[in-house]
Design a protein around this ligand. Structure first.
Ligand code: HEC
Ligand code: HEC
Length: 586
């Protein structure tokens, strides 16, 4: 995109002039500052000479070492990467890739998020498709969550002035932003508020942009106790060594194994070798790769299998890795993902290998009450050579009858469950190592859910890649209150099902089911090709909406009919324009 220099200058004036004491700009009012009584916020001085020399040419430095804008914002590696890229593309910053990498490391670490701040927004870096439940109200949704995820702002912390400048930048650069910020909010019934509901003495409803500014400056401020604590506690990641991995891959089940992390030069860069074994069929995967740890806890890596991948969901495909390492550096969790829409991935949990008996995972997620001689495989490290059933504990109503076999990393125990055992999750314990809520005990599968409950796949061909969708059937027990679909329901894990596609009746006679694509026996949906289809009425393309239906193989309802569940799948056109894809992985 080409912008006239005049606009560039106007924006620079709007956003870069250091705000003097107690002044702030407001949306729509250009650069005219309005006096307020609030004291200006203290910035985070930039001490890295490279950042000062590269960014300080435009971002004015004050007497305390603060660079305008940069000292008033903190964010994730992805957030900084995106901001730096925009500086290059739109504002004329010139840096080499090597300088970019060093600047990114510095800012993501010293102007980063505390681990506690990053955790609730890890879904952004992990590229998960979720329904965001963190949007406080409709005004804020209208302002900030209709063009991109609300996670976009929530991955930043800024001073109030800087949140305002970000809104100003949106108004200057992104068509429609001002309409969003000034649009009236909606009545509870969804109708637009056309007349201000100015009951006598009541405060007028704030514009969405104002409501968002208020919410973000209070809930995502520059200075927080979490950040102050982390800034002091921050240390180099000492994570080399063996980690035990439990990976869950939708459609493929659970894998166990380990990740060997080795130093790779700089104290925040590492090499990895991962070995995983499938619980379902014992097949193994080896992956090798490398990673960078930003801010002392944010793993961003890349790895691939040693075997050549065939299918789109092949577990040897190259994946980008995102993990949140716990502040005490003893565990980590995250997602290793791939696919053109990042739709495939391993959900991983890691614990450090140990010379103490340590459990990392268990082979089954639930056991039915009244079962006898059920083999349960446990994975871990330093499992003692001398073991008796008394070393293990599976919680109330579950008895370990015998230890079938064991090595240092795997053990098989046989358990039986009392017929009257209480429904619910049990911890599994090996001496002093505990897997919390590891196995559910249940009397009955009461219903099943197909996940994701609403799903999106994308037509594609050679030009525009397809967006696949993997489904799973999850069994649930009604829980202690005896009612289905309440908060205490117990997730029993995936259950065996047969899969089918049903018409979703929205357009008369469009027969989407025949065109949208193919659902495999293992519930992987492969969309059809994009482009008009001459075989279809009006030569429409293959888009459509359908139900994806799971029919349980073993579990029945009270009338003796198999349990079923369904998900609503929209098969849409490819994404023709991709917004920036921040790339912070090595
Ligand atoms: C050639 C001038 C120039 C250089 C060099 C420059 N910037 Fe900027 N920067 C701007 C302008 C102009 C704006 C305001 C408009 C905008 O937000 O794009 C800005 C805004 C920003 C913002 C606020 C954006 C937001 O999300 O609200 C950040 C953060 C930033 N710059 C970071 C950097 C960093 C880090 C560097 C050095 C690696 C840098 N800039 C170098 C011109 C520059
Ligand atoms: C009209 C659409 C639109 C609205 C409304 C909108 N944004 Fe954005 N926002 C964008 C676009 C486009 C980008 C840049 C996307 C990209 O480069 O991937 C962006 C980028 C961002 C970024 C990244 C900053 C950077 O330096 O690039 C943040 C943070 C952000 N928006 C926060 C907000 C907040 C807060 C609100 C509400 C006050 C908001 N957005 C409302 C379209 C919008």
């Amino acid at each position: 995109m080409k912008r006239s220099p005049a606009i560039g200058l106007a924006i620079a004036a709007l956003c870069l002039a250091p705000l003097s004491q107690g002044q702030r700009t407001t949306t729509g009012s250009g650069s005219a500052p309005a006096a307020t009584t609030e004291a200006p916020e203290v910035g985070i001085p930039v001490t890295d000479p490279l950042v000062v020399s590269k960014c300080g040419t435009c971002h004015v430095k004050d007497a305390k070492g603060n660079l305008s804008r940069i000292s008033y914002a903190r964010t994730t590696p992805e957030g900084w990467e995106e901001a730096i890229k925009r500086m290059v593309r739109l504002n004329g910053l010139k840096i080499t890739p090597e300088e970019g990498k060093r600047i990114l490391k510095y800012l993501a670490t010293y102007h980063g998020l505390a681990p506690e701040e990053a955790k609730p927004v890890m879904y952004m870096a992990e590229h998960r498709m979720i329904d965001e439940t963190n949007i406080p109200n409709d005004a804020v949704r209208t302002a900030c969550a209709e063009c991109h995820a609300f996670g976009r702002p929530l991955t930043w912390r800024r001073s109030k002035d800087d949140w305002q400048l970000l809104e100003n930048m949106h108004v200057a650069l992104y068509a429609q932003a001002e309409t969003h910020f000034r649009r009236s909010t909606r009545n509870p019934d969804g109708s637009a508020i056309t007349v201000a509901p100015a009951a006598a003495g009541a405060a007028p409803t704030p514009e969405p942009g104002v409501a968002a500014l208020d919410f973000l400056s209070k809930n995502a401020p520059l200075h927080t106790p979490e950040w102050a604590a982390w800034r002091a506690r921050l240390r180099a990641p000492k994570i080399a060594g063996k980690w035990l991995v439990t990976a869950t891959v939708p459609g493929h089940g659970i894998y166990f194994g380990d990740m060997l992390i080795e130093p790779a030069g700089a104290d925040d860069e590492f090499k990895t070798t991962v070995k995983l074994k499938s619980v379902k069929d014992g097949t193994t995967i080896t992956r090798t790769g490398q990673g960078i740890v930003y801010a002392g806890y944010s793993w961003r890596g890349r790895s691939k299998g040693v075997a050549t991948p065939k299918d789109p969901d092949d577990l040897t495909r190259e994946a980008r890795e995102t993990m949140w390492i716990a502040p005490d550096q003893s565990s980590a969790e995250g997602r290793w993902y791939w696919g053109d829409y990042q739709e495939f991935g391993f959900d991983v949990k890691l614990v450090r290998g140990s010379s103490e008996p340590t459990l990392s995972g268990v082979s089954i997620s639930s056991i039915k009450a009244g079962s006898k001689a059920v083999p349960v495989k446990l994975y871990g490290d330093s499992i003692p050579a001398q073991l008796t059933p008394a070393d293990l504990d599976f919680g109330s109503g579950v008895k370990v009858t015998r230890i079938v076999s064991h090595t240092a990393s795997e053990l098989v125990a046989e358990v039986e469950v009392a017929a009257d055992a209480v429904n619910g999750l049990r911890d599994v314990e090996l001496r002093r190592s505990t897997l919390p809520n590891a196995i559910a005990v249940y009397d009955k599968v009461d219903y099943i859910k197909v996940t994701p409950e609403t799903a999106l796949a994308r037509l594609g061909s050679d030009v525009h890649p397809k967006g696949y969708q993997q489904f799973e059937a999850i069994g649930f027990n009604r829980g202690a209150d005896g009612k289905m679909n309440t908060a205490d329901d117990i997730n029993l894990g995936t259950i065996e099902a047969t899969w089918s596609v049903e018409e979703f009746y929205s357009v008369y006679g469009d027969d989407d089911k025949a065109f949208v694509g193919h659902l495999s026996e293992t519930a992987l949906f492969t969309p059809a090709s994009d482009g008009p289809n001459p075989e279809r009425k009006f030569s429409r393309n293959n888009y459509g909406n359908v139900w994806v239906v799971a029919t349980a193989k073993n579990d029945k309802d009270k009338f003796g009919k198999p349990l079923t569940g369904k998900s609503y799948l929209v098969v849409s056109v490819p994404t023709y324009i991709k917004w920036d894809q921040p790339e912070v992985n090595p």
